[in-house]
Structure formats: C-alpha cells, structure tokens
Design a protein around this ligand. Structure first.
Ligand code: S3P
Length: 431
C-alpha cells in the first residue's frame, strides 16, 4: 500500500490546469459509442474509471482510438453493440456501472458486469428497479454487483426518483433512448445534468422543466466534437489550498462551471473565501472559466437542502475547510455520502478526529467545530481506499504544522492520476 508524507507550504502563487471532467468523460464515450459517425473527444480524463468505460465499449464492438490526447470514437448507432462473453469490468466506477447498465438493459443479448471490492458493496437496486420497470431482466447479488442483464425491447416509464442521483437519472435516460414512448424522470432535487446536455448536443429530443426531464423516443444521435473542461471536483482541492495556505493565490484554468456542479464555489464564498472567476466561455453546451482563490479567513456555515447534490463530491474537502474555519459548520441532507466509494461521513470524521478536530455525526451529515486557522497537528491519515478522502487530507497536510502522512494513496488514480505531481509543484517554500 503506497503512502506519502507531505510537508506544509505557504507563499504559493500558481496557475495550473487539472485533468478533464470525469462525469463528462464517461458520457462522451458512452454517448459517442451510441451515435452514428465520428465523435472526437479532447480533454478526455485518462484515469482508471474512465479508461474502464473505454475498454467496455471496445469489448461491445465499438472502435475507439487514441492519438495525441484526442479520443476518436467510431460510433455506428444505437443498434450497433455486439455481445461479448467477457465479464465487463468497471473498476471503482459507480458512474460507469450505473450508466452502462442503462445501455445494456436495451441490448438484445445477455451481458455480465462487475467492479472492484468497493463497487460490489454499493447499492444497485436504485437502477435495477427502474430498468426492470422498463422491461429489462436483471439479476444481481441481492441488489449488488456482479449483475447479469438480459436486455430487450423496452417501454418508456414515468419515473419519480426517490433520491437525487445523476447516475440513476442518466441510466434511465440512456435506456430511454431505446424505449417506445417518452421517458419522463423527476428528481426530488436536481443533480448534475451532463447527460441531458450531451444527449441534446448529439441530437436527442429532450426537454427539462424544473426537476423533470422528458426524452422523446425515436431520436438518432449524430457523432460530434466534444471538448471536455477541467473537472471542478479536481479543481476543488487546489481552490481549498488557495484559501488555506498563507500568502497564497492559486488559479485553476479552464474549469467546467455547470450550475449543477458549482456548489463548492457558493459554499466557499459563503465561508468568506476570496474567489474570482474570469474568462467565462461556453463549450459544447457546458460553461467554463478560470477560478482564482487566495488566502482567506474562513467562517463556519450551514450547508443543507438543494445545494447538496451540487457539491456532493466536494463534501470531504469542505470538511477540511470547515476544520480550519472559525466556528461550527453543519452539513445535513447528505445521506448519499454513506453509499459513496466509502461511507464518507465515517471516513471524513475518523480522519478529522486524528487531526484533533471536534466533530459530531448525524445520520445524514455532520458538524465540524473549526479551529480558527490553527495549523493542523501531525497525524497519520487513512484514505480507506477512497480517492476523495486521500486528496482532501493532502490539502490539510499543506496547511499543517509539520506535515501529515497519508496512507493508501493509489486510489487517486481512479479520478486524478496527476494529483500528487500538481501538489508537489506547489512547494514554493517550506515554512
Ligand atoms: C456522478 C454523479 C454523482 C457523483 C459521482 C458522479 C455522475 O452521484 O457523486 O461522483 O457522473 O453521474 P449521484 O448519482 O449520487 O448523483
């Protein structure tokens, strides 16, 4: 198991770019594979999760090539996938397995799909149920992977989702591409909408009203050029570093600023962070820009309700910011954290405890009692194999008194393999 010892830094003035957006990268491969004609993807995230999605579509018969940073997908339409005797392997990716299940549910053949030790513990009933309602037959290990899918002709459903989840919504929408009739999905709160945007961009007839998405049947998707921005979930670690490190200012360039993902910006501003957004553009239906964050005095706030799906993956790094803030931060309505790569309520609080930070656990969130900017004392941190825990506490290490030891760090390769190279590039001077 790999570990890393990180030292504190200050006085960082840095402009950097992070790797491509994970959510959009998965969708570009999946939707490009179902479209007719060539899809070219630049800015694709080369990380374990998204490369597993590429491998799966290659096994399903799609020609996908990579050349000098561009991915070329030679799609042959919705009906072009072919059966494979191999078990499809998503690795660590919840997005991979849930979205691909939506596609497999509509194929006129049997497929088997699974993932790593964390994936086989994550709930799949949330996608099994709506896909069964559409007419697919799925068998699982009591609601968990491995799964066997016998796809076939599907009927559209009008589905009210019990929780806000972009993975469930996207799975049903992808199946809906093949269904007879209009697929209608309503979420209790709006989750990220990259699937809706990309399906529209590729030519699907899709409308969004409030929390409801309607996809008309019978669309043919046409191959497109997709430019993927930097991942705001990866940028978040450097935004947090910009706020926490003394005499510092960090700019992350060309970051996706889709409204359904920018909760981290709203929360950091509310905590008192100095944030500037410049260079706003629009790339294939997604807003992008540069984010600059400089040294800030942070205060504790309350985070709950509609904003939660807009920052769900950033809650571990928000917890680190809260630990350095003045006063109490409370996060509620975030029960979904219990079923991420790890139970992130537990893994965040266990590690904050090691830093000597006082916390309180709730079923649907937690409270952090900030130390008002006092540098964190030395501790050994365990990621529990969760990439976002490893990266969040790497930021805490930079803002610590004598550094931190972070154990089990290979997991960062699932979403952000360049993370530690970029973190090391911040070492302007030792304190
Ligand atoms: C994702 C959706 C989110 C998020 C995950 C990526 C996606 O999960 O946590 O990391 O790409 O659709 P939900 O399904 O809970 O929204």
């Amino acid at each position: 198991m790999k570990k890393i010892q990180l030292v504190p830094v200050s006085g960082v003035k840095k402009k950097l770019s992070v790797q491509g957006d994970k959510s959009i990268s998965h969708r570009a491969v999946i939707i490009g594979s179902l479209a007719e004609g060539l899809t070219t993807v630049t800015g694709f995230l080369e990380a374990e999760d998204t490369l597993n999605t590429v491998r799966i579509f290659k096994k399903l018969g799609v020609q996908i090539k990579k050349d000098k940073g561009t991915v070329y997908i030679h799609g042959r339409g919705l009906a072009s996938l072919r059966q494979t005797p191999e078990v499809l392997y998503v690795g660590n990716s919840g997005t991979g397995i849930r979205l691909i299940l939506g596609v497999l549910a509509a194929q006129p053949f049997v497929s088997r799909i699974t993932g790593d030790a964390q994936i086989v513990k994550r709930p799949m009933k949330r996608v099994i149920e709506p896909l069964q309602m559409m007419g697919a037959s799925l068998t699982s290990n009591q609601g968990f992977a491995p799964l066997t899918v016998q796809g076939g002709s599907l009927r559209a459903i009008n589905y009210k989702m019990p929780m806000a989840s972009a993975q469930v919504k996207s799975s049903v929408l992808l199946a809906g591409l093949y269904a007879s009739g209009d697929t209608v999905i309503t979420e209790p709160e709006r989750s990220r909408d990259h699937t809706e945007r990309m399906l529209k961009y590729f030519g699907a007839d899709l409308t969004v009203k409030g929390n409801t998405v309607r996809l008309k049947s019978g669309a043919r998707l046409k191959g497109k050029r997709v430019v993927i921005p930097g991942d705001i979930s990866s940028a978040a670690y450097f935004m947090a570093a910009g706020a926490l490190l003394k005499k510092s200012s960090i700019t992350v360039t060309n970051i996706g600023l889709n409204e359904s993902r920018t909760g981290i910006i709203d929360v950091m501003k509310k905590m008192g962070a100095k944030i500037k957004i410049t260079g706003i553009k629009n790339q294939n239906g997604e807003k992008t820009g540069d984010i600059t964050v400089s040294t800030s005095s942070l205060k504790g706030i309350e985070i709950k309700g509609k904003i939660i799906p807009r920052l769900i993956d950033e809650i571990p790094v928000i917890a680190v910011l809260a630990a350095a803030a003045k006063g109490k931060t409370v996060i509620r309505g975030a029960k979904e954290l219990r079923v991420k790569e790890t139970d992130r309520i537990k893994t965040v609080l266990t590690n904050l405890d090691r830093l000597g930070i006082k916390t309180q656990e709730y079923e649907d969130g937690f409270a952090v009692f900030g130390n008002n900017g006092a540098p964190f004392t030395y501790a050994s941190i365990d990621s529990y194999g969760d990439h976002r825990i490893a990266m969040s506490f790497a930021v805490a290490a930079l803002a610590s008194e004598n550094g931190l030891l972070i154990k089990d760090i290979e997991c960062i390769n699932t979403s952000f393999p360049e993370f530690f190279t970029l973190i090391k590039s911040l070492k302007v001077k030792k304190k």
